[in-house]
Design a protein around this ligand. Structure first.
Ligand SMILES: Nc1ncnc2c1ncn2[C@@H]1O[C@H](COP(=O)(O)OP(=O)(O)O)[C@@H](O)[C@H]1O
Ligand SMILES: [Mg+2]
Length: 318
């Protein structure tokens, strides 16, 4: 079993009479990307602040890199880096000066600080802009500088609170690449996002936060299987084979023109096996069989939408 970088059980936090986190459990194995997904106001930043010792929870048990923030916040702080939702970059000074300030905060020697700053500026493609005031940087450059500053202390666990909100598509993809590289170095990333695509793209595991609770948790594929909309599609070239399949199978959606049938399925191994057994028993041989899982948008709306409006399943496979 892998060690857990982050483990939290029964996390609670209220402001006045507003319950923001209503008893949530989270576990993040070392060296993986975990995404906390939720709409605006769901409590993502609150969760990050609690896990990173910036605020305390009303209740719950937390271990970050094995340390308890309630009893040993210093050990937690030494193990983590936090890039907040709102930039920590000081626009009045240069990118390099921002980096050196962080090096000072981490008590690096002048020489070591210069070395680490130069290395990280280079790594995040900021060497050219290093001597310019950070206020002149684009949104993407500021986020890169923000992450570079977070990495000065060489943290093993990094919290990124909505790192790509407001970035253009190119900068967003750039940030995804940076996050992947962090993880390939063995760092654990706790990422919050409002973008399903981002969680789907990056995260090993995703938790959907809604109404103070974790509405669902799992891999993107597991989450997609949770909601209806998944189906298996059988396509035939021989009209006679199609007709006999229609009569043999109950509860199918037919597409007579395409000679195709849809059978609802959660896409799980067990469900597929039972479907294949039924097809074999009825002597049905389709020319094409495809499994369609709903995408994360379907999951998100099903779990967080106030009206729970079922959406059309999107075609994942053709
Ligand atoms: N310091 C605070 N005092 C009162 N309410 C707060 C405070 N911080 C956050 N909240 C409320 O808690 C809820 C969750 O906020 P937040 O964690 O920032 O959500 P998210 O990051 O998912 O958008 C919101 O309704 C917000 O208004
Ligand atoms: Mg937030």
């Amino acid at each position: 079993m892998t060690d857990l970088a982050i483990a939290a059980t029964g996390l609670r936090k209220s402001y006045a009479d507003k319950t923001v986190l209503d008893g949530i459990d989270l576990t993040v194995p070392e060296g993986t990307i975990f995404s906390l997904l939720g709409p605006n106001g769901a409590g993502k930043t609150t969760a990050v602040k609690i896990l990173s010792t910036l605020i305390t929870a009303d209740a719950g048990d937390i271990r970050i890199g094995g340390h308890n923030p309630a009893t040993d916040p210093q050990a937690v702080r030494a193990a983590i880096g936090v890039t907040g939702q709102f930039s920590a970059v000081d626009g009045l000074i240069t990118g390099e000066e921002n980096m050196l300030l962080m090096a000072d905060l981490h008590h690096l020697s002048k020489q070591e600080g210069r070395r680490v700053a130069a290395e990280l500026l280079e790594r995040f493609d900021l060497t050219e802009a290093a001597k310019k005031p950070a206020s002149t940087y684009s949104g993407g450059m500021k986020r890169r500088l923000d992450i570079a500053m977070t990495l000065v202390g060489d943290p093993r666990i990094i919290f990124l609170d909505e790192p790509t909100t407001g970035l253009d598509p190119r900068s967003r993809h750039n940030m995804w690449q940076i996050i992947r590289e962090l993880v390939s170095d063995g760092v654990t990333v706790f990422l919050t996002t409002q973008y399903l695509e981002e969680a789907d793209e990056l995260a090993d595991r995703i938790a959907v936060l809604n109404d103070g609770k974790i509405a669902a948790q799992g891999t993107a594929e597991e989450l997609k299987r949770l909601i209806p909309g998944g189906h298996v599609r059988l396509r035939f070239t021989d009209p006679a084979a199609y007709q006999s399949a229609v009569s043999a199978l109950l509860e199918v959606t037919r597409d007579d023109e395409a000679l195709a049938l849809q059978i609802s399925s959660d896409g799980s191994q067990r469900d597929l096996r039972s479907l294949l057994d039924r097809l074999d028993a009825a002597g049905i041989e389709a020319d094409e069989l495809t499994v369609h899982t709903p995408d994360l948008d379907d999951v998100f709306f099903a779990l967080t939408g106030p009206a729970n409006i079922p959406s059309q399943p999107k075609e994942a496979v053709r």
